[in-house]
Design a protein around this ligand. Structure first.
Ligand code: ADP
Length: 304
C-alpha cells in the first residue's frame, strides 16, 4: 500500500522443525494504530522480534518506510518495547529518561520534560521506579521508547497484567502520542476488547497464521446487530428466508444458526412465516455480537 510504513509479506519462522509463524503478512499505514491480536502463543512476539531484528525469519520479507533496503537504518526511526521495559528501578522517572537521552545522544534536554508530561509522570519527583505501580512502569517504558522521537512504535502487550485504571492510562497515552505526535503504532494484545476502542486497524493472528486483517469500520460492521434463528432444519430455513421473506443478507453460523442482518425489528413476521412453513423454531431473538465474541469465533474457527 502506498502509505504503508511497515509491510510484511509471507513471514515464516521455525524453531528446529516446529513452524511458529506461517506465511504471515501485514501492512501498517502511516499514522494508524494497528492492533496485532491473538491468543497467547499465537506468534505476536515472534512477529515483533523479527521486525525489531532481534531474530531472523526463516522466510519472507519486509519493508520499512516503503523500502526493503537498509532495514537497520530504518530501525533507527522506530522504537520497540518487546516484553518488559528495561527500567532502572533505583532511579526516578526523570533520571531513567535522562539516561536514555544521553545514551541515544539526544542533545535537547527539554525533551525529557515533554515526555514526562506526555506520560503523566511529571509529578513523581524523587520517587524511584521500584515504588511505581505496574501502569506507571509501563508508561515510563513507553516514555523511554518515545524519547528519541520515533516515527513508529512497536509495543508488545503493553497493557498485559495492568488493572483497569492502568489499562485506560496506557491507552490514553498511546492515543495522545498517535494523535498529537503523529507516531504510527503497532501494538499487540491477547484480548481484542482491550484495544478495540484504540486501534484503527486490526490484524488477527492464531497458531502463527494470519486470520484476518481488517479496519475498525469493517470490524464494527461485522459485529453489527442481527436476528439469530435456530430451527429443526437450517437449510430449509435459509430457503424460506430467501423465497418468502426476500432476505439475502444473512449468514449461517456453524451450520446450526442463522444470523439475519436485515429487517431487524421484524422478528414477529419472521417467526410467523417460518412457523407457517412448518419449521419448528428453537431459538429466535435479536442480538448484537460483541467484539470479543467475534474475535473468539474467528480464533476458534482456526483452532477447530
Ligand atoms: P505470543 O507473543 O502470541 O504469545 P510467541 O510469538 O511468543 O507468541 O510464541 C509463538 C510460539 O513460538 C509459541 O508456541 C512459543 O512457544 C514458540 N516460541 C517462541 N520462542 C521460541 C524459542 N526461542 N524456541 C522455541 N519456540 C519458541
Amino acid at each position: 500500500m502506498e502509505n504503508s510504513v511497515i509491510t510484511v509479506r509471507g513471514l515464516c519462522k521455525s524453531y528446529k522443525k516446529h513452524e511458529v509463524l506461517h506465511d504471515f503478512s501485514l501492512s501498517v499505514e502511516r499514522g494508524h494504530i494497528c492492533g496485532l491480536i491473538g491468543p497467547n502463543g499465537a506468534g505476536k512476539t515472534t512477529v515483533m522480534k523479527i521486525l525489531g531484528g532481534l531474530i531472523m525469519q526463516s522466510r519472507g520479507d519486509m519493508e520499512f518506510f516503503g523500502s526493503a533496503e537498509g532495514l537497520d537504518k530504518s530501525r533507527d526511526r522506530m522504537s520497540f518495547m518487546i516484553e518488559q521495559p528495561v527500567i532502572a528501578s533505583a532511579m526516578t522517572a526523570r533520571n531513567n529518561l535522562e539516561y536514555i537521552r544521553i545514551l541515544r545522544g539526544y542533545p535537547d534536554d527539554r525533551r525529557v520534560n515533554e515526555v514526562l508530561d506526555l506520560i503523566g509522570l511529571s509529578g513523581t519527583g524523587k520517587k524511584t521506579a521500584d515504588k511505581f505501580s505496574l501502569g506507571m512502569k509501563q508508561r515510563l517504558g513507553i516514555g523511554m521508547a518515545l524519547l528519541p522521537k520515533p516515527e513508529i512504535m512497536v509495543l508488545d502487550e503493553p497493557v498485559n497484567g495492568l488493572d483497569p485504571e492502568g489499562i485506560v492510562e496506557v491507552r490514553q497515552l498511546i492515543l495522545r502520542m498517535a494523535e498529537e505526535w503523529g507516531v504510527t503504532v503497532l501494538i499487540s494484545s491477547h484480548l481484542l476488547s482491550e484495544l478495540s476502542e484504540l486501534c484503527t486497524d486490526f490484524s488477527i493472528i492464531s497458531h502463527g497464521e494470519l486470520v484476518e486483517n481488517l479496519s475498525r469500520e469493517e470490524l464494527l460492521v461485522r459485529c453489527r446487530g442481527h436476528i439469530a434463528v435456530r430451527t429443526d432444519d437450517i437449510n430449509r430455513t435459509a430457503a424460506v428466508l430467501e423465497d418468502r421473506l426476500s432476505i439475502s443478507d444473512y449468514k449461517v453460523i456453524h451450520g446450526e444458526e442463522i444470523h439475519i442482518f436485515e429487517k431487524l425489528g421484524d422478528v414477529k413476521h419472521i417467526s410467523k412465516t417460518l412457523t407457517d412453513s412448518g419449521l419448528v423454531i428453537t431459538r429466535l431473538c435479536e442480538e448484537g455480537q460483541s467484539l470479543e465474541d467475534y474475535y473468539l469465533e474467528k480464533v476458534g474457527d482456526r483452532n477447530e
